[in-house]
Design a binder for this molecule. Sequence first.
Ligand SMILES: Cc1cc2nc3c(=O)[nH]c(=O)nc-3n(C[C@H](O)[C@H](O)[C@H](O)COP(=O)(O)OP(=O)(O)OC[C@H]3O[C@@H](n4cnc5c(N)ncnc54)[C@H](O)[C@@H]3O)c2cc1C
Length: 421
Amino acid sequence: MKIAILGGGISGLSVGWLLRQSGWSSTIFEHQSSCGGLARSFRWHGFHCDIAAHRFYTTNQATLKTFSSLVPLVRNIRQSKIFIDGKWITDPVNPLELAIKFFPNPGLSFIWDYFTRESTSGVAAASFDSFALQHYGQSLTEFFFRPYTEKLFGISANEISTTWATQKIRVSGILDMIKRNSKTYFRHFYYPKEGGYGAFCQRFYQDIQKDVRLSTSVKALHVVGNQIVAITYETEDGERTEEFDAVVSTLPLTVFMQLLNISIRLKFQPVSLVYLLLDQPQVSQNHWIYFAHKNFLMNRVSEFKNFSDYGIPQNKTVLCAEMTMDYPREQIIERVIQDLDNVNFIRKGRVIDALLLDEPFGYPIYNRQYEEQLTVAKAALEGYSNLYFTGRNAVFTHMDIDENFESALNLRDTLVQKFQR
Ligand SMILES: Cc1cc2nc3c(=O)[nH]c(=O)nc-3n(C[C@H](O)[C@H](O)[C@H](O)COP(=O)(O)OP(=O)(O)OC[C@H]3O[C@@H](n4cnc5c(N)ncnc54)[C@H](O)[C@@H]3O)c2cc1C
C-alpha cells in the first residue's frame, strides 16, 4: 500500500506519524526545505520565531497527553491586551469595560445602543455585520467588531459570513459574557519549552524522517477513472512521476484544485509578518497585543520571550507583528516600527534588526459565498475514491493545531480500516 501525503505542515506530518505508529509507511511531499508549514519555527539572532506566535490549547485530554509526550511543555497564563482609540483594554473584549473606559462618549452609546437594538429574535443574520448589530448594537459594532474584522479579511463586514461571528467573536452578550472555559476563552495555554512552536513538527519529522521528502514540489496529478493513480513532483534533480494507491492532500484547497484544473472561487488572506529584534530584555509581559483599528498597520503583536524564555538571549527580545492590510511592501517594516513607537510600546532607537516574511495562505476568507463554494468543491472531489483531505487550508476551515491533529487521527483510522489487508 503506497500512500502519498501532499504537504509537510503539521497535518501532513501528523498523518504520516500516526500511520507509522500503526506500522504503516507513507511518502510526504513538502516543497519547502524544512517542514512545519504555518506551524514551523526558525532561528533568528538566537530566538525561536514562529509564524506569528502560536499557542497550544485543547479541551481534549488525549490530545494534550500526546503533545505533552512529544516535547516538554510550559504552561502559560494568557496575557493579552487590546489597544483601541488611545486606550489599553482587556482581551477578550468586555463590553462593560469598554463602556467604562470610554465613558461618557462613546461609552454611554455602547450601553444605550445595546439595550435599544432592534429585536430580531428568530431572524437569522445575513452577515458578520448584521450578526454583530443584532447582538451588540450599533456603537459597539462600529467601534470594535466591524473595524477589526474588516482589517483582518480586507473586505466589508457585510461581505463576511456569520460563521466567522459565531466562531470568533469573544463575547456572548453584555449580560452573559462569562463563557470562560470554552476554547475561545482559554485562560491558559501550552507552548514547547524549547525550539518554538515548530518543536512539535520537528519531533514528528525526527520520528519519520525517512518518509519525508523536503524541497519536493507536487506539480501534477494523474487520474484514471475515479482514482488518482500517480503524482508528478519536482526536486532539484528534475521532475519525476510515481504511482500511489491513495493520496492525502493537506495543500491549500485552491492549490489542490488547480492541480486538477478545477477553478473555484475561494480565497485565502495572505499574512505578512515583521520580526523586530530589540536591544532591551523585554517590551511587555503580554503574549499578544491587538490593534483593533485601521490606523495601525498591524493586527497583532506577540513577544516570543513571554511564551518560553528557555535557552534564548536574556538581554534582547523579539517581537512579531502580523499584517493583512494592503501596504507597499518596501515600507512595511518602517511603518510597523513607527506605529509601535507612536503608542510608546517600543522606542524606535531600540530596534537593531528587522525581517519581513510573507505567508500567502494565512487565513481562509469566510465571505458570504464560501460555504456554497465549498459545497461545489466537495461535489467535484468526492468522486475520487482514493483521495482524502485533512488540515486547515485543505478543508478551508479555521482549525488550530489540536484540531488538525484530531482530524489526522480520524483519517489514519479510516485509511487503516479501508486498506487493511
Ligand atoms: C497567523 C496565524 C496564527 C495562528 N495561530 C495559531 C495558534 O496560536 N494556535 C494554533 O493551534 N493554531 C494557530 N494557527 C493555525 C495553524 O497554524 C494551522 O492550523 C496549521 O499550521 C495548519 O497546518 P497544515 O499542515 O494543515 O497546513 P500548512 O501548514 O499550510 O501545511 C501545508 C504544507 O503544504 C506545503 N505545500 C504547499 N504547496 C505544495 C506543493 N505544491 N507541493 C508540496 N508541498 C506543498 C506547504 O509548504 C506547507 O508546508 C495560526 C495560523 C496563522 C496563519
